[in-house]
Design a binder for this molecule. Sequence first.
Ligand code: NAI
Ligand code: MG
Length: 370
Amino acid sequence: MSDSYSLLILPGDGIGPEVMEQVTRVIDWFQANRGMSFDISTDLVGGAAYDAHGTPLTDATMAKAQEVDAVLLGAVGGPKYDVLDFSVKPERGLLRLRKEMDLFANLRPAQCFDALADFSSLKREVVAGLDILIVRELTSGVYFGEPRGIHADDNNPENEGGRVGINTQRYTSGEIRRAARSAFELARKRSNKVCSMEKANVMESGILWREEVQWVHDNEYPDVELTHMYADNGAMQLVRNPKQFDVIVTDNLFGDLLSDAAAMLTGSLGMLPSASLGAPMENGRPKAMYEPVHGSAPDIAGQGKANPIACILSFAMALRYSFDEGEAAAELERAVEQVLADGVRTADLMGPEGGVPVSTSGMGDAVLAA
Ligand code: NAI
Ligand code: MG
């Protein structure tokens, strides 16, 4: 089981380094107590890289990211960098990583720990124990398709205002198949169930989506249970009975909406991990970057207030999806669950029922103890 896993850690800006420090403690724990071995390098990204090198991501860091089993990123950005030219803004470092690693599958879990179920906008019984994963195609679809633009609508006197705005939903079968493969692979490490969402009733790209996902299923993953659903119904089902799902796979646009909606089923931004996966490398592991959904939170940076759980759970995803250490991932998630059940709370998790207030490192202490 235990070869050495190579990790590139990019703490970034704002609360990024603060939450990442707790993750490195967790990694050390797994090395000391579970016989795992991580080969770790740490580097700068975002504003921190700009300050040191005049670019939000150096070529050397980019090359390193292409080599490792997984990249772990904190967050980038901050008001200090708002004045910078677009080409060197902190976000560009993140975009370059995603683009050059060709991370086409964005994974957004919605996992609701019992102790936080009252944070949800839905009833406790609908969300308590929820654990689903939305796989959003990230590099194609209507956000990228050509033609696009705003044009004069010259030969149409009936058009008040005289302009037309155009975007194109375009998917190749290859783009759909690789996203589907990611979803089926992930499902095998979970409850072996995939629901694919599109609008095949009104969109040809949706018909192709449905056919290609079905093709990948029938030819390569017949052991995984596959269902199809129209995305609008999917949105309803997500708020009506989200626990019916395990893995949901969908396109860029629908995935953008559905993953944001699903995230809020579970409460605080400080709890939400994510991952972006690309094609399998030579060792069979997918190219991968793991990061919390939240940003650099300049309003609380440097104050020890940040909740490190989103970043810790991002590492749990790395354990499960990059390293096939599902047992270790579950152990880490159980520790987080235990800590929350014990009422340990960073400020963002403090509800009307109160709890034991802790700092960023206090939360790290509690997770390690659990
Ligand atoms: P944000 O996610 O940084 O913060 C939104 C709110 O949530 C703030 O009130 C913040 O204090 C709180 N929050 C976020 N993470 C938290 C945590 N772990 N624990 C406790 N509270 C937490 O989003 P915002 O304010 O829109 O952006 C701030 C900066 O971060 C900007 O420069 C933005 O560009 C950047 N950003 C970077 C992202 C990334 O690196 N992936 C994603 C989103 C924003
Ligand atoms: Mg969004």
